[in-house]
Design a protein around this ligand. Structure first.
Ligand code: ATP
Ligand code: MG
Length: 484
């Protein structure tokens, strides 16, 4: 409604006789409906609508007025200026009441309703008053709903914007720019995507970004970690079951596929999916239907799949641990999320981003950082990738005051993961820019060397032999070092 409680009408009518009839028809409701203005031509109507923003709720316009601008063109131009205004058209009796083309054209142009004027001998009313008035009320209600919907849509897209901001992917290195470009490109389509990346590189973040940039953004994003659900439960998690399907099935359970209907399902650690569940998953991807346990008819679902893995899935296929047909279904578009150490200065961009985030979060001033400390951070290998860097920053903000120093960084509480450097075969970066007690360094060295020799040997006994150790001693030492 307009600014008052009245329904404000703009009447476009060039014959005084009909102006009087319209006024009289609605006079019974003059406490609710007010003719705010009467004009005799289309141009004057447009001027008023343009200069009185949101004043008029309903335009009642005669179809046959003098002047060039009238009919469908006038309707279109009014709606261009104010898409919420509702338009009721009154036409002369000469229009055949079964002329559906005429009606269609009016509605297509954007009219809300139209009626045929009473003949001239009915002097009091333009049309049956209750119907006429009811249409005005309905038109106003439609305006209110359309405004409301637009406001909600705006709020929704605002909240999507906020989520995208919270899930922003930080990184300007070449592989990250390429990744972001791929996300932009493939989020628009509905193809299945397979995200590769080591632990903590941001695979789930990538999946979120694809979802939030896709046409499914207002629907659910449903993540499931295939590795963390016991094999015998995974099917009921994914597909659900009907009450009574087996002992203990006391209620119907919706599967994640149903919950993700119209949205996105994120299958994390997909390589861990047991083979029996792989068969079922394949069928869903082929047919778009799920078979719920205990239900005979199938349930259609429309779900976009994003899968993630830190394993080489092609290798899993070669070793018969992953179905080849499923692999091809999931791997329509492969996206690689490279390790943090391959992202150059992104390390410092992320460091700064997390530093901002945690300082704000903990309500402390953002600390500065010594140059030497930056050097250590840049040289560190981050086996836990971005997640590890995030944890490091969080710990630093908790432990430091105004400047982050080399001493702060070298504290084993901060870079504590340096002991389990993952890159087994590379020897010169054991050091990580830090000085460690000899015992600790010796342990790192032994661990790395053992891992290295194992990685180039066909079996553990072969490794023991190469090292000149008795197999039993080798096993014991492995155990002491925490190597399986
Ligand atoms: N490029 C990035 N920009 C900002 N934050 C990031 C980025 N990459 C990862 N993160 C943050 O790091 C953490 C780990 O990311 P995420 O959970 O997406 O990684 P993942 O690859 O799924 O890890 P995992 O292998 O352990 O499942 C999250 O808090 C995430 O928001
Ligand atoms: Mg993850």
């Amino acid at each position: 409604m307009g600014k008052s409680d009245f329904i404000n009408i703009l009447l476009v009518e060039d014959e005084d006789f009909d102006v009087r009839r319209v006024k009289n028809t609605i006079s019974f409701y003059d406490t609710r409906i007010k003719i705010a203005e009467v004009v005799s031509n289309g141009m004057a109507a447009l001027d008023l609508i343009r200069s009185n923003h949101d004043k008029y709720d309903v335009v009642i316009m005669d179809y046959q007025i003098s002047g060039g601008l009238k009919g469908e063109e006038l309707i279109t131009r009014i709606r261009d200026i104010d898409p919420f205004i509702q338009i009721i058209v009154i036409t002369k009796m000469t229009i055949n009441i079964t002329n559906y083309d005429f009606a269609n054209n009016l509605l297509k142009a954007g009219a809300f309703w139209f009626c045929t004027k009473y003949p001239g001998n009915i002097e009091e009313y333009i049309y049956q008053p209750t119907d006429f008035i009811l249409s005005i009320f309905n038109a106003t209600e439609k305006k209110r709903l359309e405004k409301h919907r637009t406001r909600s849509d705006k709020k929704l897209s605002q909240s999507i914007e906020n989520m995208l901001e919270a899930k922003r992917i930080i990184g300007e290195s070449k592989p990250m720019l390429q990744l972001k470009e791929s996300i932009e490109r493939y989020s628009k389509s509905d193809v299945n995507i397979l995200v590769y990346g080591a632990s903590g590189t941001g695979k789930e973040l990538v999946a979120w970004n694809i979802h939030l940039k896709s046409k499914r953004k207002y629907e659910s994003f449903v993540p499931i970690n295939c590795g963390s659900i016991p094999s015998e439960l995974i099917e009921s998690e994914l597909f659900g079951y009907e009450k009574g399907a087996f002992t203990g099935a006391n209620t119907n359970k919706s599967g994640l596929f149903e919950i993700a209907h119209n949205g996105t399902l994120f299958l994390d650690e997909v390589a861990e999916l047991p083979l029996h569940a792989q068969v079922k998953l394949l069928r869903v991807l082929q047919e778009g239907e799920i078979e719920k346990i205990g239900r005979t008819d199938k349930v259609s679902v429309n779900v976009r799949i994003i899968a993630a893995t830190n394993k080489n899935l092609a290798n899993e296929v070669n070793n018969n641990r992953f179905r080849e047909d499923l692999y091809y279904r999931l791997n329509v578009v492969p996206l690689d999320v490279v390790s943090l150490k391959e992202r150059g200065n992104d390390i410092m961009l992320l460091f700064d981003y997390f530093l901002d985030y945690f300082s704000q979060d903990m309500g402390v001033a953002k600390p500065a950082i010594e140059e030497k400390a930056v050097e250590i951070l840049l040289n560190y290998k981050y086996p836990g990738n971005v997640r590890e860097l995030r944890n490091i920053v969080q710990r630093l903000v908790l432990n430091c005051t105004d400047v982050i120093t080399v001493k702060d960084i070298s504290n084993p509480i901060i870079l504590r993961n340096h002991v389990i450097l993952k890159d087994e075969t590379n020897f010169d970066d054991v050091y990580s820019g830090q000085v460690l007690p000899w015992k600790e360094m010796e342990k790192i060295f032994r661990t790395k060397y053992f891992k290295y020799v194992r990685s180039i040997s066909s079996s553990d006994s072969a490794a023991a032999e190469r090292l000149g150790l008795a197999p039993s001693n080798f096993y014991r030492m492995c155990k002491e070092l925490g190597l399986k």
